[in-house]
Design a protein around this ligand. Structure first.
Ligand SMILES: Cc1ncc(COP(=O)(O)O)c(C=O)c1O
Length: 406
């Protein structure tokens, strides 16, 4: 069997496991739709309102369109790598907030959400048969994207002891010796872990030593709690020529529907992504890019206010789980809590199904983030405070029922 055949076979397996996991989440969402009073703590799309200034910025762009002179050569279709003003603003942000220089013309490309960024990056980097290391548990779109490129996944365990999840450099060394690439999410979906500055540095050092390219998914970069500090992968000295950062506007600014993400990477990588994007999706819609520009130009940055709202919601979930004696992973960032339902003895799929059917609360079973997580559930912070309180009250009653039965 040729490397290509081997790769595509391996790829099909990865696609299938990713599809299985995604379809499990969609089945739960369909069931949730069949009930009126469901509180959804499932999907990861922020429920907070996109700020007024962002909508206004988009409308301003639309009004320039309707006032456009017919003879104008001002094309509505922007450059494939994104609007220069938006790229410049993102690069300015990287300098102001992270102290990292990014050349907006050579080292940055705007994508249709982080999701497209993920697929484009992997298409540019992964050849059939390549091994790609990923944390376990993980966001299973990675499996689908890696599989679509014919790559094979190498899972790296991240559960350290009990409730502590972190990708450790020693495990990267042990599990990923023949991997070409590491796809790593920080802060994590689904565990809520967030690598410290020191551990990002160590991962970068070991990846460099092993000759592994790193794709650092930092889509939750603005949602880090309790003064915990992390580091952008591009901020590690000597790492930028072998690493790529993926991020976007969906989570930071509650702009999922606008579909604006971006990749920061070495110029030859950005060139490769750009030529794939040119022949597939083309540029990100211009109005969405104006919306993203408005987000970066907002007078009252909505991120601190969003973070404080997520913090309140997270506390309600943590208090509820503590009362129910449900252990959850130590939580530092991102939009999910990762909780262990082992003691109920029915497995997460059954637990989530019955919780939805009997109590009208939607959570995702852990096995939709990796096969071995059959007793864990992922719970999002993405419902108003009152609804989360109600969800915890319903879950408490449900759990008491299980305890009585058991
Ligand atoms: C880990 C991770 N990466 C990337 C994405 C893609 O986000 P979007 O396409 O909305 O920018 C998501 C979305 O949920 C995610 O959880």
């Amino acid at each position: 069997m040729s490397a290509r055949e081997k790769g595509s076979k391996a790829g099909r397996g990865a696609v299938e496991s990713g599809e299985k996991a995604t379809s499990l989440r969609y089945k739960m969402m369909d069931l949730a739709k069949s009930r009126k009073d469901v509180i959804s703590l499932g999907r990861g799309d922020p429920d907070l309102h996109t700020q007024r200034e962002i909508i206004d910025g988009t409308m301003k762009y639309f009004s320039t369109l309707s006032n456009r002179d017919a003879s104008s050569d001002n094309s509505i279709l922007g450059p494939v790598r994104g609007l220069p003003d938006l790229k410049r603003k993102i690069a300015d942000r990287y300098m102001e907030e992270k102290g990292i220089s990014v050349d907006p013309e050579k080292e940055l490309i705007i994508t249709n959400g982080g999701q497209e960024g993920l697929f484009l990056a992997l298409l540019a980097l992964v050849d059939p048969g390549d091994k790609v290391a990923c944390p376990d548990p993980r966001y299973t779109s990675y499996d689908q994207a890696i599989g679509a490129c014919g790559g094979t996944i190498v899972s790296i365990p991240t559960q350290q002891e009990g409730r502590f999840f972190e990708l450790k450099e020693a495990d990267l060394r042990e599990y990923a010796s023949d991997a070409k690439l590491l796809v790593f999410v920080n802060p994590s979906n689904p565990t809520g872990s967030c690598a410290t500055v020191e551990s990002v540095r160590k991962l970068a050092e070991v990846a460099k030593e092993m000759g592994i390219i790193v794709l650092s998914d930092e889509i939750y970069e603005d949602i880090i709690f309790d003064d915990h500090k992390s580091l952008c992968f591009w901020g590690v000295d000597g790492a930028r020529d072998r690493s790529i950062v993926l991020s976007g506007f969906s989570k930071s600014y509650a702009m999922t529907g606008f579909r604006v993400g971006f990749l920061v990477g070495p110029p030859d990588f950005i060139d490769a992504v750009s030529s794939i994007k040119e022949t597939t999706s083309g540029p990100c819609p211009t109005f969405s890019q104006y919306a993203a520009l408005a987000a970066l130009e907002m007078e009252n940055d909505s991120r601190p206010q969003f973070l404080s709202r997520y913090k309140d919601r997270r506390q309600i979930l943590m208090d509820g789980f503590n009362r129910m004696r449900v252990p959850y992973a130590e939580h530092y960032g991102g939009l999910f809590l990762w909780a262990d339902m082992t003691r109920f003895g029915i497995g997460a799929e059954e637990f989530c199904y019955r919780l939805l059917r009997d109590a009208g609360v939607l959570m995702f079973p852990g096995n939709s983030f990796g096969d071995s997580w059959r007793n864990w559930v992922r719970v999002s912070l993405l419902a108003p405070k009152k609804s989360i309180e109600e969800a915890m009250a319903r879950m408490t009653e449900f759990v008491e029922g299980l305890e009585e039965d058991g």
